[in-house]
Design a protein around this ligand. Sequence first.
Ligand code: MCN
Length: 781
Amino acid sequence: MTTRFFGAAVKRNEDKKLLTGQALFIDDVELPGMLHAAFLRSQVAHARVKGIDPSKALKRDGVIAVYTAADLGAYWQSGPLLVPPPPVPGLVFNLRTHVPLARDTVRYAGEPLAIVVAESRYIAEDALDDIAVDLEILPAVVDLEKALDKDAIPVHGDLGTNIAAHVHQTKGNYRSVAAQADLILKRRFRYEHGMSSPIETRGIVAQWNARAQHMTVWDTTQAPVFVRNGLAGALGLGERQVRVIAPFVGGGFGPKIMMLYPEEAMLPWISMRLNRPVKWIEDRFEHFVATTHERGQIHDAEIALTRDGRILGVKDVFLHDNGAYNPYGLTVPINSQCTLLGPYVIPAYDSTFTSVFTNLPIVTPYRGAGRQHGVFVIERLLDLAAHELDIDPAEIRRRNLIPSDAFPYRNEIIYQDFQPLEYDSGNYEPVLDKALEAIGYADFVAEQPRLRAQGRYVGIGVACYVEGTGIGPYEGAKVRVQANGKVSVATGIGTQGQGHFTSFAQIVADQLGVDVTDVEIVTGDTDQFYWGAGTFASRGAVVAGNAVNEASRAVRKKALKLASDAFECAEEDLVLADGKVSIIGIPEKFIRLGELAQRANPMRGAVKPGTEPGLESTQYFGPPSGSTANGVHAAIIEMDPLTFELKILKYVVVHDCGTVINPMILAGQIHGGVAQGIGNAFYEKLSFDEHGQLLNASLADYLLPTALEVPRMQLDHTTTPSPLNPLGIKGAGEAGAIPVGPLFAQAIENALGLKQNGVELLEIPLSPSRLFELIRKGSKA
Ligand code: MCN
């Protein structure tokens, strides 16, 4: 195989469609006779539902139906547990999943109570006001710590506790290493709630075809196969009777994996009842209150070190805000627990978390999926230790990096994929070196006093991380050469902007010797590919990419076999390039791939035993466990000492995600991740009051970074291939977002000389006003 496209910065195949408005998004789906739905959502966070009276709404012109939980009969059931908890010894796990419409109790402001179906969305929205709702308001459980008080009201009355899960994992013996330590530092770290803000909100169109007894659902989901299976089960249909299509999706970032969201459960059910297509497009306010959130953790963490800055152990006890339901099991907090260990040798680790039910929107993964919390804790602990021990922050990191000859590196505790946390491969020190070199670390340290003397508050930060990526269970791909020579490929994952249409095409193009633009990728249509899990956990490139590779290899083998039969020569004498198979040294002797595809589907003659018709193959790939990517971010920032406005002067990312398929797509992934990381670190905070009301549920109040706040980045890579998949790939989609919080905290402290004044930044997000408060409080202390 000659490599032409794999590893090259190939322009994205999908962009022409996207840029010329030809890409189909959910709201482009228009069907004859289509109805529109609007949801009545609870305005309070915790209440008993005494009654819902839709009679006035039903009288409004254009209203077709109104449904409440009482109308759902046996269809009213709790949603599935999406990710079962891994087998952690001593696990406590209380499962309470979301319901299609609240029946007896509402548990967060935004939870749906009723749905109006009307001839237009306008009518449906107006009719929401006609519905009379009688709620007995209950005190809301909002404070993570108070939720665990003995007399706290339980979010789920039948449970009698707000503990959703309790997990204790250990490596080594923290207590004995702490007894040997020269320095022990203990701090409380806090991460506030945030959310993803995709350009496209969620949306669903459901169309029941009574004649064919078939359901088609267009859905902004990241996991179409799961949604198909979940819906089939709930609706009492066979999986073949349900087709889920996730067309172009304008960003997913994690929350669009969730299923079955109440809206996802309701629309197909309604379409079946009314035998008409129904559409619902989430508005931005709904996205704030009804799509899942992330963050919300409090860590009490402790690090034990030797005098020369070597880590002996870390102890961490943390609370994780789960929101009102926990369909994701332990995914987010266990990611935090595992990712805290970072790229460092930490001989002893004692980590306990309690996942807590609160009357807040459900918490599920959002780009990074809890990893950023763990990275924040360890990176901040190292900064504090560096200050205490008078060691340079970059140097203390270097001293603790796992050496390159220690891989695979076993961390003993169990990861979210049920496997022991083992780093498959890595070479961390060159990544740190490159980042320090690129940011000009030594020069900056020398120059900083001069800048300070000029009255400029310029600071530097360096943060490291590892990221578990590419987890199983598996993905598959069908690769098929068509008679016109073009190659069609289908996989079961969905795509929300990650460039799969190009990066997967690059893999195929090289295997089959065709141009990358001649490979058409279909993702996210369960009729095109039946099996799969979905796009999450930075697994698309590893898992689907390798499945695409395996299927392409099989097709290549078939093509060479067919051609060798036709030419009556050995396969080794053939070359597959430029869309044809030719004999080496006799280029005029060739057969086009399209012709081979036709020959593989003969009108006469038997298909030989052991062979299949068609030039196609379906293959699957499942990694034994996740592959571990790593990286270092470094930044130089300038603070205005009066307004605490922050300017990023330089931002460097050095990253190792194994073999790279497309460096340009990868750069885009890093840029997007860093942009969201900057939002997490400095701008975005969901503010709830004590009643569980979201106070800033609009893009005017919830501050997203814009192009002005996101700097140009200098990117570099090292390549340590993963031994766990044939292509050597590790995932990259979330990496950019993960270390930005501690990087900002470190750089701001450094710029303002905060530690010298006894002010420590131990929380995320920071913001000018929060810095003002912290510094005022610190200087008074
Ligand atoms: N890639 C590569 N070489 C590698 C690794 C990745 O060229 N060594 C390419 C891949 O081929 C793919 C892209 O980078 O085109 C991302 O690959 P991967 O890291 O496998 O991530 P996934 O495909 O599984 O995508 C999911 C990941 C996650 S978990 C979130 S959250 C996220 C992200 O991707 N959401 C995104 N990136 C996003 N990008 C956009 N535009 N929109 C989202 O919703």
